[in-house]
Design a protein around this ligand. Structure first.
Ligand code: VG1
Ligand code: CO
Length: 541
C-alpha cells in the first residue's frame, strides 16, 4: 500500500451522470486519483469488496483502468471484475454488478460526448443494485474531493487486461471477463430469439450504427452471430478511442449517415444507433423517425408481446422533460406513472421497490428493470421483437399508436456553447418572474401555470430541487427549460417543447411546424434568441 499526499482540486462535482471533464484535465496529476479516492471513501471504503470496472473504449480509458485497479488494490478491495481491454458498455457493467453480486462498479465514459485527447472523459460510480450512485452519494463524493489530503495507490506493474482469467495484484484478484457474453445471454432471456432469427431469415433488413463506440462488439454478437442478420448489418462496429472523429450521440444530427440511408430510396426496414457507452438508442423505420418519447410510449403499449414482459409492466417512469405520451399508455393500462428529474439515477429506487419496470428519457434513453441503466441494444431488441410479432412496419406501428392515444408533438432545442453567465442570468430572470406568468397571453397561448420542478423520491423521501423550469399553457402545451449537466465547458440550454393533438385529424404534421406557436411563445417569455444573439438552436431532436 502506498500513500500519496494530495490536495483538493476544484471542479470535481459530479453532474447528471458522473464526473465529465476534458480528457486533458482528467490526465492532470492526481485529478483521477483524487476523484476515485473520494468515491471509495464516500461509499464507506472498498476493503474486502468486489467491484466491476470497464468503459466505452475511449481515449485514456485503459490508462484510467490501470490506475483505478492499483488504487482498488491499495484500498483493500478483494476482487475487481474487468471487461477485456477495459471495455464494458454501461448496461453490461450494470448487468455484471447485479449478476455477480458485486458491491459496486466504476464506469469509464463520458457517454455521448466525443472522445480523444482534446475531447471528453468521464468517471461514474454505480451501486450494488447496478445503478448510478444517487445524489446523496454523489454529493458526499464531492464533499470528500474538497477535503482530500491523500490517496492510496499500489506501486505495481500494469496488469494484463487483454487475457481472460484471473491474476493477482497485491492481495486483490483481477478477473478479466469477456465484456459481451453475459450481456448477450441476458438478452436471450428477455426476447424471442427464435422469432427474431425468423424475421432475419424472411429477408427483413436492418442497419445498426454503433458509431465507432462500445456497442459494436455487442451488436455484432447479438444481431449477426446469434440472430443471423447478414454480415455488415452493424456499421462503425469497431470501438475507437476517438470514435473515428464521430460524435457518438444517436440523434438525427450526429447519426446523419444512418439518417440519410433510412430516409433514402431502398432504405432498410429498420434502423438504429447507439451512443458512446451504449445506453442510448435511436429508432428509425424506412422513411420514419421515432422520437424517443414516442418510442417509450410504443414500448409501454406493446411490452406484453415480448417474452420478458409477457405478464405486463409494474409501472412506467419518465423524466420530467420527456413527453407525456407514455402517461397516456399508462393510464389506458391502469399502470402507475412517475415523473422524475433528468438522469437515470432517479429511476433506481422506483425499480428496486418494484414500482416500475419501464423507464425512459427524451434524450434517447430507454430501459427496464433487467438492469439499472438505460440500455440501447435492449431498446433495439424490444422494437425488433414487437415488429416480429405484429408484422407491421415501424411507420404503421407509430400511426396506429397515434390514432389510438393521440400524438404528443415534441422537440428539444439545444443552444450549445453559451457563456455560463449569460445562460444563468437568463434563467435567473425567468425564475424571478415565474410566479407572475400565470394568465400571460402571448402568441395565442395563455400561461396556465409555471414552476421550477422539485422532486420528492416516493421511496426514500429525498428531495431534489431546481430540476428545470416548466411553463404550462392552457390546452396542455408546455415548454421546459434547463441547463445541461453533462457538458464539460460553457453552458448548454435545453428547451423542451410539447403539444398534444388528440386526433383523429392533425396527427401527421411536421413537429417543428406543429410546435411553432410554443416556440414563438417561449421566445416572447424568455427571449433566448434576443439575449444570446443566436438565430436558432444548434441541435434539434
Ligand atoms: C443528458 C440528458 C439526460 C441523460 C444524461 C446522461 O443530460 O439530457 O436525459 O440522462 O445526458 O446520458 P444533461 O444534463 O446534459 O441534459 V448519457 O447517455 O450521456 O449517460
Ligand atoms: Co450514454
Amino acid at each position: 500500500m502506498t500513500r500519496h499526499t494530495t490536495q483538493p482540486i476544484d471542479g470535481q462535482k459530479p453532474g447528471t451522470s458522473g464526473l465529465r471533464k476534458k480528457t486533458s484535465i482528467f490526465m492532470q496529476p492526481d485529478f483521477l486519483e483524487n476523484f476515485v479516492q473520494a468515491t471509495f471513501d464516500a461509499v464507506g471504503g472498498v476493503t474486502g469488496k468486489t467491484l466491476v470496472l470497464g468503459g466505452d473504449g475511449r481515449y485514456f480509458g485503459r490508462e484510467a483502468a490501470m490506475t483505478i485497479l492499483k488504487m482498488a488494490a491499495a484500498n483493500g478491495a478483494a476482487r475487481v471484475i474487468v471487461g477485456r481491454g477495459a471495455w464494458l458498455s454501461t448496461p453490461a457493467a450494470s448487468n455484471l454488478i447485479r449478476q455477480r453480486g458485486a458491491d459496486g462498479g466504476v464506469i469509464l465514459s463520458a457517454s455521448h460526448n466525443p472522445g480523444g485527447p482534446d475531447e471528453d472523459f468521464g468517471v461514474k460510480y454505480n451501486m450494488s443494485n447496478g445503478g448510478p450512485a444517487p445524489e446523496s452519494v454523489t454529493s458526499t463524493i464531492y464533499d470528500r474531493t474538497q477535503e482530500i489530503t491523500g490517496y492510496l495507490k499500489l506501486d505495481a506493474p500494469d496488469p494484463d487486461l487483454d487475457t481472460l482469467g484471473e491474476s493477482a495484484m497485491g492481495e486483490m484478484v483481477i478477473e478479466v471477463v469477456d465484456p459481451v457474453s453475459a450481456y448477450a445471454d441476458l438478452m436471450e432471456t428477455l426476447f424471442d430469439f427464435n422469432a427474431l432469427r425468423g424475421l432475419f431469415e424472411s429477408g427483413f433488413r436492418m442497419r445498426m450504427d454503433s458509431m465507432c463506440a462500445i456497442t459494436g462488439p455487442y451488436a455484432v454478437e447479438i444481431f449477426e452471430n446469434r440472430l443471423g442478420a447478414p454480415k455488415g448489418t452493424v456499421t462503425h462496429a469497431t470501438p475507437l478511442p476517438d470514435f473515428g472523429g464521430m460524435h457518438p450521440d444517436p440523434n438525427p444530427t450526429w447519426a446523419h449517415e444512418l439518417m440519410a440511408e433510412m430516409m433514402g430510396e431502398s432504405a432498410p426496414d429498420f434502423g438504429a444507433a447507439s451512443d458512446g457507452d451504449g445506453d442510448r438508442n435511436m429508432i428509425l423505420g424506412a422513411g420514419t423517425y421515432v422520437s424517443p418519447s414516442d418510442s417509450l410510449a410504443v414500448l409501454a403499449a406493446n411490452a406484453h408481446l415480448v417474452p420478458g414482459y409477457k405478464d405486463g409492466l409494474k409501472g412506467v417512469a419518465r423524466s420530467m422533460p420527456t413527453s407525456a405520451a407514455a402517461d397516456r399508455v399508462a393510464e389506458a393500462l391502469g399502470l402507475d406513472c412517475y415523473e422524475t428529474p433528468t438522469g437515470w439515477k432517479f429511476f433506481g429506487n422506483l425499480m428496486d421497490a418494484g414500482r416500475v419496470s419501464l423507464c425512459g428519457e427524451e434524450s434517447f434513453g430507454t430501459g427496464s428493470d433487467h438492469v439499472r441503466e438505460k440500455d440501447g441494444l435492449w431498446a433495439v431488441l424490444m422494437w425488433l421483437n414487437i415488429l416480429a410479432v405484429r408484422k407491421r412496419s415501424v411507420a404503421e406501428i407509430l400511426s396506429d399508436h397515434f390514432a389510438r392515444y393521440g400524438r404528443n408533438y415534441y422537440s428539444r432545442h439545444d443552444y450549445e456553447a453559451l457563456p455560463v453567465d449569460l445562460a444563468e442570468s437568463m434563467l435567473g430572470d425567468l425564475r424571478a418572474k415565474l410566479g407572475s406568468l400565470k394568465g400571460t397571453q402571448t402568441e395565442g397561448l395563455t400561461v396556465e401555470s409555471s414552476d421550477e420542478f422539485c422532486y420528492t423520491d416516493p421511496v426514500d423521501g429525498s428531495v431534489s430541487k431546481g430540476q428545470g423550469f416548466r411553463i404550462l399553457f392552457e390546452g396542455g402545451s408546455r415548454v421546459v427549460l434547463r441547463l445541461s449537466g453533462t457538458g464539460t465547458q460553457d453552458a448548454t440550454l435545453r428547451v423542451y417543447l410539447e403539444r398534444y393533438a388528440p386526433g383523429p385529424d392533425g396527427l401527421d404534421r411536421d413537429p417543428q411546424e406543429a410546435l411553432a406557436p410554443i416556440i414563438a411563445a417561449t421566445e416572447a417569455l424568455v427571449g433566448i434568441r434576443a439575449r444570446t444573439g443566436r438565430t436558432g438552436p444548434d441541435v434539434i431532436t
